[in-house]
Design a protein around this ligand. Structure first.
Ligand code: AMP
Ligand code: MG
Length: 349
């Protein structure tokens, strides 16, 4: 299949520039598009054949449900069994934006889209291109991240092209995304709203709106026997091809430890890389040091993380070391993705 690439203006996408993508999504085709979190791989959420094609293109396990993207709250009302007060409050506070809600579904969205579950994940993105695409097509769009299953999520159209060209109908290039990590997922089907995946909208922001909120014990990694409730959080994910190790502890000790590990790996003949920050990049002794961002501006770390993991793949790096990033606001989301990318391999400096 030939994959069409369309370039649009990120802030003011014209309807004409989107017209071919709109035609394709209405006909049941697959169209990748930018959102404020990562690029999504979209198909008509009501069309079971489109959802099947999404799973096939990504190589995604068919029990891992898709998020339905909407542009107006009335579309949520159309696809859920009931609308709890908590959903209205969250929508008022955070939509459009990087928050996904899980609610009981009715029959409008087929089980092919929800991985066989009787609940549905819904999000209203804020990215101008995503909003224009949803509003003008009038299609509710099921979209997981537009990467090959298991690889880091795409934050540019080039990442999508790398993974999916020849397998999907179209890529809308709206430049680099803003946040760089997937949406926060909150499950509203439990008595206490539960965070199934941390993201830019953090626990504190949610509890200010809802009162009590809890974190899914399955994603905290404390007890290995408790499985995450979001099927997607159970798989090894976001992972580069080489082995990633997270080094925790005081900054000076972390630098010493990483330098010692690098030296040993180089002596053993491996290609080695370090994920550093602006604050620490000068302190490492390694040929391949990639700077992920600035600690004093934590959003830069979220923004660059997946791109950096892909860069290591391109360089053929076999062993990677990274500092840890429990920064105040988005640190929990960054560490959640890094831990999965590292297969929970953490050492203490
Ligand atoms: P992605 O869009 O690639 O970030 O994947 C969507 C994420 O949402 C995956 O982790 C899914 O497991 C999760 N998800 C989607 N629908 C549901 C649902 N009904 N219940 C729980 N998790 C869901
Ligand atoms: Mg994904």
């Amino acid at each position: 299949m030939e994959t069409l690439k369309i370039t649009v203006d990120k802030e003011h996408p014209s309807i004409e520039s989107l017209s071919e993508a709109i035609r394709l999504i209405k006909e049941g085709g697959l169209v990748a598009f930018p959102t404020e979190t990562v690029y999504g791989l979209g198909g008509d959420a009501k069309n079971p054949e489109a959802s099947k094609k999404i799973y096939a293109a990504k190589g995604r396990p068919s029990d891992n449900p898709l998020i339905v993207h909407i542009h107006d709250f009335s579309e949520l009302e159309e696809i859920v069994a009931e609308v709890p007060e908590s959903a209205r409050k969250l929508a008022d506070a955070f939509w459009p934006g990087p928050l996904t809600m899980i609610l009981p579904k009715n029959d409008v969205i087929p089980l092919e889209t929800t991985g066989g579950l009787d609940t549905v994940a819904i999000r209203m993105p804020s990215h101008p291109v995503a909003r224009a695409f949803l509003t003008e097509s009038k299609v509710m769009i099921a979209a997981p991240s537009a990467n090959t299953s298991g690889r880091p999520s795409p934050t540019t159209a080039d990442h999508v092209w790398e993974d999916l060209h020849g397998k999907i109908d179209c890529i809308i290039d709206g430049g680099s995304v803003d946040i760089g990590l997937e949406s926060t997922i909150v499950d509203l089907t439990d008595e206490i709203p539960t965070i199934l995946r941390p993201g830019y909208i953090n626990e504190k922001m949610l509890s200010e709106v809802l009162g009590q909120v809890r974190m899914d014990p399955g994603i905290l990694g404390v007890d290995k026997n408790v499985r995450p409730k979001a099927p997607g959080m159970r798989y090894k994910h976001y992972a580069p091809k080489g082995d990633l190790t997270i080094v925790e502890g005081d900054r000076d000790k972390v630098v010493l430890k990483i330098n010692a590990c690098v030296k040993a790996d180089l002596a053993a003949g491996f290609k080695v890389g370090v994920i550093a920050t602006e604050e620490t990049k000068a302190l490492y002794d390694c040929d391949t040091i990639l700077t992920v961002g600035e600690r004093k501006n934590e959003d830069t770390i979220a923004h660059n993380l997946y791109g950096i993991l892909r860069d290591f793949d391109e360089l053929g790096i076999e062993k990677m070391y990274t500092e840890s990033f429990d920064t105040p606001r988005i640190g929990q989301a960054i560490m959640n993705r890094l831990l999965k990318a590292a297969g929970h391999h953490v050492i203490e400096a």
